[in-house]
Design a protein around this ligand. Structure first.
Ligand code: ATP
Ligand code: MN
Length: 148
């Protein structure tokens, strides 16, 4: 029986993210589940920074600032959920988005993953974004994909 107690929501702050969050909110309310709201700061910025010859400290500061800004946004979103009586936790991590989503699902024992079909760089002519595709391919729990 599908009776999730912990919902992992992956957000990339794209325009579709609001729709993804609304879906997760409905599920959490209906099943009395908690929401683990996760944003991953893509580590690939360090790769592209090599191309531009940026000094390490600039890259580090950029990443740190990115993590801080992301956490502020995600915290605001969880406050909204909390005000609706939903138990929730905001999390920002650095790494490869799909890999972090999958490992956090396992680490936190989430029963379902809610994400968008597309995200920030979305070319909607492709059926799925690459993060969505990788998560669906490897996840061991149901993945609910909200069509962008
Ligand atoms: P691509 O990144 O392959 O160019 P895209 O950006 O349109 O295409 P995805 O990145 O696969 O598509 O985004 C699909 C969903 O994956 C998003 O709606 C979001 O739920 C999740 N996602 C993508 N990137 C992240 C991230 N950095 N942190 C958390 N969730 C993410
Ligand atoms: Mn993307």
């Amino acid at each position: 029986m599908f009776d999730p107690k912990k919902v992992l929501v992956a957000t990339d702050f794209s325009n579709f993210a609001e729709k993804v969050l609304e879906t997760a909110e409905s599920i959490a309310t209906k099943y009395n589940a908690s929401v683990y709201l996760l944003h991953v700061v893509d580590q690939n910025v360090s790769k592209s920074s090599d191309d531009y010859n940026l000094p390490d400290e600039v890259v580090e500061r950029y990443k740190e600032q990115g993590m801080k800004n992301s956490f502020e946004i995600i915290k605001g979103q969880t406050e909204k959920l909390k005000s609706k009586g939903i138990e929730t936790e905001p999390v920002v991590m650095a790494g490869n988005p799909a890999e972090v989503i999958l490992s956090e699902q396992a680490a936190k024992g989430a029963d379902v993953i809610v994400m968008g079909s597309h995200g920030k760089t979305g070319l909607t002519r492709y059926m799925l974004g690459s993060v969505a595709e990788k998560v669906i391919r490897h996840a061991t729990v149901p993945v609910l994909v909200v069509r962008a």
